[in-house]
Design a protein around this ligand. Structure first.
Ligand SMILES: C[S@@+](CC[C@H](N)C(=O)[O-])C[C@H]1O[C@@H](n2cnc3c(N)ncnc32)[C@H](O)[C@@H]1O
Ligand SMILES: [Zn+2]
Length: 299
């Protein structure tokens, strides 16, 4: 597909859901104009890019998450299926917990990175014949959203800060938050009544082989999610939680991808990273907690 087509295709798709957006500058409603831009009632204008995403940041934010990291994440997630069991677990939970009889299920992935998780989950969710799934992904890192828009069509991809989400109140049935920072006040604002937040946090064994190879200090080798889980409980009633645990043997090229796709290497010494990269194969542990919350009733 040509790049021009991609932009028009995406603008056409977004125009079906323009009522979801609110202007990041003035909070007014927005409309797709001339299949070129998303424009608010006060004329604040955000253009669709040639890849089909929209940048809704007022001030661009510097981030260490760059192009290479997202290329490697895409390779390990979409091409090698590194998180497949996690995707299956999340889809099961959504299928079990979602309200019956919804004609449309809308999902928002906050901190979606290169978008493979959201695209995969939207495709796996089973809903009735007359129903459809709408998926929107936001991330503060432009390179992540650019990669998402390049690979996945018929979804909304926007560069945006999850602490100031440019969507109106009560628009989403499911908010995904996978290995990313959170803003629970925003998530509550955006959830429809009875909507679900699905948050994925690491457990102590997550990528432990990498942490043990990268760091000598025991406090860096170990990880506890207790504080994160406690904070989640302050905002949401936990309706389900499940542990996703598995080990995968990675070959040399997947080891390269894994090391480059995680921020863990940022604070490790070059020598330690190099010695891990020299391995021919490695067994890697994935140990995650999926927390599923609903809005507290007394809110
Ligand atoms: C470890 S990555 C996880 C990405 C993706 N969910 C995945 O599992 O592949 C964390 C992501 O959170 C994003 N992020 C960090 N702060 C953010 C913010 N304030 N608003 C939106 N995204 C943010 C980063 O850019 C990065 O893509
Ligand atoms: Zn505006």
């Amino acid at each position: 597909m040509s790049k021009m087509n991609k932009k028009v295709k995406s603008a056409t798709y977004v125009s079906n859901f323009e009522s979801v957006f609110k202007c990041p500058v003035c909070s007014a409603s927005m409309h797709v104009v001339a299949l070129e831009s998303l424009v608010c009632e006060k004329n604040h204008t955000f253009d669709f890019t040639k890849q089909g995403y929209i940048n809704l940041m007022i001030k661009q934010s510097k981030t260490k998450y760059g192009k290479d990291l997202f290329t490697e994440r895409h390779s390990l997630i979409a091409e090698k299926g590194f998180f497949k069991p996690l995707m299956a677990a999340i889809t099961d939970i959504i299928n079990t917990q979602k309200k019956q009889g919804n004609e449309q299920l809308s999902l928002l992935d906050t901190g979606c990175g290169e978008g493979s998780h959201l695209a995969d989950i939207c495709e796996r969710i089973s809903i009735g014949e007359d129903s459809s799934v709408m998926g929107a992904g936001i991330d503060i890192a432009k390179e992540g959203i650019l990669s998402a828009a390049k690979h996945y069509s018929n979804m909304i991809w926007a560069v945006a800060d999850l602490a100031h989400i440019p969507f109106k109140d009560q628009q989403f049935d499911v908010i995904l938050n996978i290995l990313s920072p959170s803003n629970y006040t925003e998530f509550n604002r955006l959830l429809k009544k009875d909507g679900l937040v699905v948050k994925v946090v690491p457990r102590s064994g997550y990528l432990k082989e990498l942490r043990e190879a990268f760091f000598a200090e025991p406090e860096k080798q170990n990880y506890s999610n207790a504080e994160t889980v406690a904070r989640f409980r302050e905002y949401f009633e936990i309706v389900a939680s499940s542990r996703v645990f598995y080990r995968q043997t990675l070959d040399r090229s997947s080891i390269q991808s894994l090391v480059k796709m995680t921020p863990l290497a940022w604070s490790a010494s070059e020598a330690r990273v190099a010695s891990f990269l020299a391995k021919e194969t490695a067994e890697i542990t994935v140990d995650l907690e999926v927390l599923v919350g609903r809005e507290m009733v007394h809110k």
